[in-house]
Design a binder for this molecule. Sequence first.
Ligand SMILES: C[S@@+](CC[C@H](N)C(=O)[O-])C[C@H]1O[C@@H](n2cnc3c(N)ncnc32)[C@H](O)[C@@H]1O
Length: 210
Amino acid sequence: MPQGNEKNLIGSLVCDFTSEKSLYRQAYGGGRTQHLPRAIGMKKGHMPQIVDATAGLGRDSFLLASLGAHVLMIERSGVVYKLLKQGLIKASKFDGNTEQIINRMNLIHGDSKNILQSLSPEIIYIDPMHPIRKKSALVKKEMRILRDIVGADSDCGDLIRVALKRATKRVVLKWPLSAEPITGIVSPSHQIIGKTTRYDVFMINQLPMT
Ligand SMILES: C[S@@+](CC[C@H](N)C(=O)[O-])C[C@H]1O[C@@H](n2cnc3c(N)ncnc32)[C@H](O)[C@@H]1O
């Protein structure tokens, strides 16, 4: 049972796929031309199987599922898992279209480093908690609360190494543009650069043999 401060923090986190913002992003966000779907390699007529190894509040998974992908989400924080589960249930009752999107999303509670050992999906997507920025006001309040609950994800290098062994086509890492690269990881095959974030894409068949 969460207590005291944690309970307050949780109360200010929302997982709502039917908020105005979420519905707007779905309708006018740019579809497959957005950076994330491009990094994932989503193409008309081919919907890859994706594992979102750091599900969080499920926003990125929802975007990918709204474009037709089937996404298996894994979240290790019990608190965040519960919030996400509730958000999925609520959204599945919103309307027929949202229900279809939610039906393409599955959620598992656990650590992806372990769960991935028995999976071999085409694509693995990783969006760990980003390192604390000096200009912390620039970090969205929601992300600060999430970090207070789940911590720093300092094992993300290990998660990427596992993902690179298990994915059959590509691993995609979302990372702040200005942050130091994660140490001990091979260079990405290519990058998709946004204003504050970049997507590092590791094409499995182009990686150096280890
Ligand atoms: C930055 S958030 C992800 C946000 C998410 N992309 C979204 O759109 O809402 C990172 C999340 O990944 C989870 N996480 C980090 N490492 C994990 C692991 N090894 N296995 C499962 N979940 C993990 C954290 O608990 C946290 O909830």
